[in-house]
Ligand binder design. Structure first.
Ligand SMILES: NC(=O)c1ccc[n+]([C@@H]2O[C@H](COP(=O)([O-])OP(=O)(O)OC[C@H]3O[C@@H](n4cnc5c(N)ncnc54)[C@H](OP(=O)(O)O)[C@@H]3O)[C@@H](O)[C@H]2O)c1
Length: 193
């Protein structure tokens, strides 16, 4: 029987890798999605070798590109993944102002916009597997009071922050939709206090 799947963005290193390894050890089907597919293939091989779970795979994703996010959603549909959970883990922190291929500041594009689009594109698939879950990995970089982000061109003191969690769950309609998909946990972190 087809197993339910977890999709982990940025699963080829760091926290995402540890998350994917743990999920694999527990027997879930796991898909990790990142830009560096060679690194992802190595991560898959390591996890499969260590856990014996051969239902671990990697997929291509650049969260800074809406076209890439849409392509991933299409591939997930084509593969018929029974998506039980989405872990929005991938993220970056930089104090250098660089733009994504779509023309947005990269931290905002990758941490916010890409994940926002991905959640929206996968929401129905998650609802179909309810009780499903969307997990958003946050960070102090999401707090504008911590001035480590890239300087905004909008004002001298302003910084661009990157808090996917703050936007994914903030709108009442969105919160309801996320809650319908299962259990939507919204932990706003320091900014919300
Ligand atoms: N490490 C910490 O101390 C810490 C503390 C608080 C919060 N966090 C948060 O935890 C999350 C993971 O952090 P980490 O330290 O584990 O990071 P990491 O080791 O740098 O890993 C980042 C992951 O994100 C992927 N990634 C980066 N840009 C991407 C893009 N444009 N599209 C798709 N995937 C992308 C990377 O893979 P590719 O390069 O192959 O794309 C990699 O797998 C982040 O959201 C971070 O803000 C980390």
């Amino acid at each position: 029987m087809e197993r339910d799947a977890f999709l982990v963005t940025g699963g080829n290193s760091g926290i995402g890798f540890e998350c994917a390894r743990r999920l694999a050890r527990e027997g879930w089907r796991v898909a990790m999605a990142s830009r560096d597919r060679a690194a992802s293939a190595q991560a898959v091989a390591r996890i499969t070798g260590e856990t014996g779970n051969d239902a671990v795979c990697e997929m291509g994703l650049d969260l800074g590109s809406t076209a890439s996010v849409r392509q991933l959603a299409r591939e997930i549909a084509e593969r018929g993944l029974l998506l039980r959970a989405l872990v929005c883990n991938a993220g970056l922190q930089t104090n250098v102002l660089r733009l994504s291929s779509d023309g947005y500041e990269r931290t905002f594009a990758v941490n916010h916009l890409g994940h926002f689009l991905l959640v929206n594109l996968l929401l129905e698939r998650l609802r179909a597997q309810a009780p499903a879950r969307i997990v958003v990995v946050a960070s102090g970089v999401h707090d504008p009071r911590i001035t480590t982000g890239a300087r905004s061109r909008l004002g001298s003191g302003a910084r661009l922050s990157a808090g996917a969690a703050l936007h994914l769950g903030s709108h009442p309609t969105r919160r309801r939709a996320l809650a319908d998909a299962g259990r939507a946990e919204h932990q706003p972190g320091r900014q919300g206090r």
